[in-house]
Each structure stands twice: as structure tokens, then as C-alpha cells.
Design a protein around this ligand. Structure first.
Ligand code: URA
Ligand code: SF4
Length: 210
């Protein structure tokens, strides 16, 4: 079984901009093959908060930037309502390439959940981002990001909205898990309620940032 791992592609002692450039050439797992490009994190190295999604979506894959599609609009509106300054936020994903299946008629690219192996393969990029930025708080948006950061046993349903104990690997940063903005879009008649929950969780983050 081929070992998936981004580590050989992650340059040591590179700053955030150099990491981003290097990630464009990552072949640490098979996901690079069908995607348009690597979607690295976006924001300033001085950011106090890092928000971590699952993987880029269709729009993100085309544009090469995280959270620029429908889920991104939900996220940015929720951040604004919660009082998180976008200039103080770095936005990224647990997996840096878009994984998808093509719809039967070949028209639409449908998001496909990355496997734990792919998440683990891509983790060196996320670790490197967090190491360079050293944020006060890291926000896991949904189960994939939460498992990437906290391990596969982590359950967002049980722990969401709670300020969690700083992990040793995160240099003392807080962690908070919440729902993924895409889940809000899929929530049907519970959409308003779920959106309000996302905003409430992000207010906890805004409080930490002061
Ligand atoms: N969903 C994510 O998890 N990340 C993005 O960048 C866009 C949609
Ligand atoms: Fe590398 Fe991550 Fe893309 Fe896989 S998904 S090729 S590990 S950047």
C-alpha cells in the first residue's frame, strides 16, 4: 500500500508565502491528479485566528482560494456577525485539493469526502501553517477539520462551541470546533437555527480574541 504523505514536499524553515508556493507542487496523495490546483490557506502570518475547513469546493478549486464559494459566503457573514475581523483571520482547509465525483450527465463536480488517509497525508501542510502563524485560537469547521486537529475519535456533536484545552502541538493555542458552513446550506428547514449556532460558536472565538 502506497504511503500518502505531504512531508517530503514541505520545505523546512520556509515562511508562509514560501510554503504556499511549495504546496502548489505537492503530490503527497493522489488528490492532486484530478484537481485544478492546490488551494492553500489565505491570510496574514500575523493572524490571531485560523479557521480550518474540510477541503476546497468547486469554486475554490477553480479560483485557487479557500472559501470563495457559497460556503465561504456563509462563513464570512457569520464571522462578521460574531465580530471576527477578517483581516485578523487566516482561512485554510484540512485537505488542500478538491476531491469530487462527476455527476452522471458529466455536468457537475460533486464534493466527495476525503478519507482519513488523505487528511493525514495533507496534515503536514496544516501543521506548517499553524507553526508559522501561531494563532491564539484555531477553529475547526466540521468533523474533518476537527478530526485532523484533535484525532479521529473527536465528535463535533459532543464538543462543539467549547473552548478546548490547548494542545501541546499547537503551542498553547485554544481550539474550538463548530459546524461546517456547508452543513448550514444543507440544513433545509433547520437552516436558520444551524446558522445561529455557528454565529454563537464564533462569538466564543471573538471573545477570546478580545
Ligand atoms: N468548504 C470547505 O471546507 N472549504 C472551502 O474552502 C470551501 C468549502
Ligand atoms: Fe498534497 Fe494535500 Fe494535495 Fe494530497 S491533498 S496532493 S497531500 S496538498
Amino acid at each position: 500500500m502506497a504511503e500518502y504523505d505531504a512531508s517530503p514536499y514541505v520545505p523546512e524553515d520556509a515562511d508562509l508565502a514560501a510554503l504556499s508556493s511549495a504546496a502548489a507542487g505537492c503530490r503527497g496523495c493522489p488528490l492532486y491528479a484530478d484537481a485544478t490546483q492546490t488551494v492553500f490557506g489565505q491570510g496574514e502570518p500575523s493572524a490571531s485566528v485560523v479557521l480550518v475547513g474540510e477541503q476546497p469546493g468547486d469554486q475554490e478549486d477553480r479560483q485557487g482560494r479557500p472559501f470563495v464559494g457559497p460556503a465561504g459566503r456563509v462563513l464570512h457573514r457569520a464571522m462578521e456577525e460574531a465580530g471576527i475581523d477578517p483581516a485578523d483571520a487566516y482561512v485554510t482547509n484540512a485537505v488542500k485539493h478538491f476531491k469530487f465525483t462527476v455527476s452522471e450527465r458529466g455536468k457537475r463536480r460533486i464534493h466527495k469526502q476525503p478519507t482519513l488517509r488523505e487528511v493525514a497525508a495533507c496534515k503536514p501542510w496544516l501543521d506548517a501553517e499553524l507553526e508559522r502563524i501561531t494563532p491564539q485560537i484555531v477553529v475547526a469547521l466540521g468533523a474533518t477539520a476537527a478530526k485532523a486537529l484533535m484525532g479521529p475519535e473527536f465528535r463535533v456533536t459532543r464538543q462543539r462551541g467549547k473552548l478546548l484545552t490547548p494542545g501541546v502541538s499547537l503551542d498553547g493555542a485554544h481550539i474550538l470546533a463548530t459546524v461546517h458552513p456547508s452543513a448550514v446550506l444543507r440544513a433545509g428547514e433547520n437552516r436558520e437555527e444551524m446558522y445561529a449556532g455557528l454565529v454563537a460558536d464564533l462569538r466564543v472565538v471573538a471573545d477570546v480574541l478580545g
